[in-house]
Ligand binder design. Sequence first.
Ligand code: ADP
Ligand code: MG
Length: 363
Amino acid sequence: MLALKNLVKTYDNGHQAVKNVSVDIKQGEFIVLVGPSGCGKSSILRSIAGLESITSGEIHLNNRRIDNEKPASRDIAMVFQNYALYPHMTVYENLAYGLKNRGIDKKTIALKIEKVAATLKIADYLDRKPAKLSGGQRQRVAMGRAIVRDPQLFLFDEPLSNLDASLRAHMRLEIKKLQRELAVTSVYVTHDQVEAMTLADRIIVLNQGVIEQVGTPAEVYHQPASTFVASFIGSPAMNFHQAEIIDGVVTFEDQSIFLSEYAHLPAQTIQLGIRPEHALLEPSNTGLNFSLTVQAVEPLGPNQLVHGLVNDKIFTALTPEQHFSSKEILTLNVAKQHLHLFSKDGKRLLSANENTGTLAKAS
Ligand code: ADP
Ligand code: MG
């Protein structure tokens, strides 16, 4: 439906913000482009919208090459972080503006706006100016302006980042419901991994202008293609500790564990990845056991973060609420299926039964 082919964006100052990005997006899909600030998310989105010219590559929308078309003729609607509403116009006029410009008659415009206003629950303040609206209301109007245009594609650039936490969670759910209802293909940009996990059909993880992984939220969480993805997706971040693997036997601290599905790997030093939520307090004969010397506990309410040392290196575990004293030594257990193996340079080492499909994009 939307295809980016070898997209490159180099700015006039020589900075290459997007480096050879290729991806195919399906009809009706909700794609979230996630990555740290400055990794090139907005550059990609603005290139799709036509607000930036691309340096090389191609953009196709519904089998039509659009990268040479003017923004107005691409049939794409974009929702910005700062809403970009016209301050001197009422909500109604803001919603009507783009339609008027396309020569649509007044009656049709009124009908469209009535419908969108009902969907977004903004019917009560159509005659207000944006300054008289709350952040959440402005965000709804900005969404409404995109929806009335009936575009083939929605683009969202961090649309919730100006809202406070509770409103952000609320609007996140609203956007998801709305997208399901309208079934319009959407590309949503955020630096927030929670937004990415909750909204996306598929997530694209971007790092310095390069795609690290494309996959469903479950795939990027359970099979991160690299230490970058593993530390970006999931909170608190995955722990990484050096270990050795020889003939499928992983040696970590003074413990060894045989992982038959990794027996094919050549002997090497690896980075062993363990998510805080997978380090359990119940000892077990299976899985990897190791000891952690407690340094600090941070209560979160329902559970707590336990920070301590494993092999003189910091490790964080997420445990149920329980009192631990400083310097107390805990035995932690991680089930085999929750051990992530990465090469020294941070690439996921595949187990014999792992589906490589989701990792193919990892460079
Ligand atoms: P993101 O949206 O992921 O935060 P951007 O796409 O805005 O990242 O920017 C990617 C990189 O390109 C950043 O290093 C940024 O400083 C740079 N950049 C963005 N716009 C311009 C520009 N107009 N000229 C030069 N460099 C730019
Ligand atoms: Mg941006």
